[in-house]
Write a protein that binds this ligand. Structure first.
Ligand code: ATP
Length: 359
């Protein structure tokens, strides 16, 4: 097992003047060559997590380690500029008066100028920016500026890079390309990358592992496929794309649901909630022994189709390939392509942060 480059344990941060923390017990490790994505709704604490790891905010408690070195913990607090962690935040402000090369050379310290130039040139080449060294930032496209910001973050030799919504201002194509480049860079240079996004598709497609945050805590952390297909709770199930949440009476690995008998991914007893993605379901003409209903709407999306099916009092989404032909009003039954995932139904109330009265 490789040793992690970055480890965060039980990080908790309360802003001055508030009665409760904005992030609580945040723990994760990131390994060489890995992209860990933090995803969650606006205000859930993603940026605060990165800023605390970076040392721009001081945690109340908890630990941040780069390899074996403690950067924050107990009485230790290493200043941001000494953490050897690169970062690119939303507003990737480059120095407008410096050239591309000058921007990238800026953060490299402790080596002669010629060496700085050589390092910066190599990093720019790695990021496909060779030939643009003498340009000023305002002569570059958004995507190129973003790459320069990335080059500036890694040029000082940081093997850990924190990216806070760095692609949000880019057009979809450039965004897609840069995401791929970040992935490749992490693998080639064996870097640990933490990427913050509130775009669930970006999170799923870019991450080696993904942490879903809500209200200052990590609700679930794991490989994207696992978290998507086996969400820990309703929130995670609904945050990562569309899903059908279905009441079910479980008895061992079988359950009785409004769709008929279903096979469960694990044994359970009594009332449970299932999360079934639209693509986990199959649409049929009514089948004997299975409840049937009718098609109430359909969405054609080019490469696939999503049907809205009413069965009894429930409404379900079923995704099929575009060739599957049902019309609105047609009778239909639904079966499962996979075993059904059971989600934890105990929903914690989101914490209310209250600003304390001024003393
Ligand atoms: P977004 O996706 O919108 O960027 P986020 O998940 O990154 O959101 P944060 O920026 O970490 O969320 O903010 C988490 C919470 O902490 C929010 O309620 C925010 O208002 C609050 N917050 C952030 N910075 C401060 C601060 N300096 N003082 C007080 N509250 C703050």
């Amino acid at each position: 097992m490789k040793a992690p480059l970055l480890c965060v344990h039980n990080l908790t941060k309360t802003f001055a003047g508030y009665d409760s923390p904005v992030i609580r017990d945040i723990s994760f490790c990131v390994y060489p060559g890995e992209v860990l994505t933090l995803v969650g709704p606006s205000g859930c604490g993603k940026t605060t997590t990165l800023r605390t790891v970076m040392g721009f905010e001081q945690a109340d408690i908890g630990e941040v380690k780069r390899g074996e070195e403690v950067l924050q913990g107990g009485v230790v607090f290493v200043a941001p500029e000494r953490r050897k962690i690169g970062f690119v935040f939303q507003d990737y402000a480059l120095f407008p008066h410096l050239s591309v090369l000058g921007n990238v050379m800026f953060g490299i310290r402790g080596v002669p100028k010629a060496r700085k130039r050589a390092i910066a040139t190599e990093v720019l080449w790695m990021l496909g920016l060779a030939g643009l060294e003498e340009r000023r930032p305002h002569d570059l496209s958004g995507g190129q500026q973003q790459r320069v910001a990335l080059a500036r973050a890694i040029a000082p030799g940081s093997r850990i890079v924190l990216l806070d919504e760095p692609f949000s201002s880019l057009d979809p194509d450039t965004r897609h390309t840069i995401r791929g480049e970040v992935r490749m860079l992490a693998e080639r240079a064996k870097m640990a990358v933490v990427l913050v996004t509130h775009d669930q598709e970006e999170a799923l497609s870019t991450a080696d592992r993904l942490a879903v945050m809500r209200d200052g805590v990590i609700e679930q952390l794991g490989p994207p496929e696992f978290v998507y297909n086996h969400p820990a709770n309703r929130f995670v199930a609904q945050f990562l794309g569309r899903t059908n949440l279905i009441d079910c009476q479980a008895s061992g690995t079988m359950g009785e649901s409004p769709l008929g008998k279903v096979e469960l991914e694990r044994a359970a007893t009594g009332a449970v909630t299932l999360s079934l993605r639209p693509e986990h379901l199959e649409l049929h003409k009514p089948i004997g022994g299975r409840p049937s209903g009718k098609v109430i709407a359909r969405e054609f999306k080019g490469h696939d189709m999503t049907y809205h099916i009413r069965i009894g009092i429930g409404e379900y989404l079923v995704q099929t390939d575009a060739a599957c032909r049902f019309n609105v009003g047609d009778p239909a039954s639904i079966s499962l392509r996979t075993k059904a995932a059971i989600v934890d139904d105990t929903e914690a109330e989101p914490t209310k942060r209250v600003r304390l009265p001024l003393a």
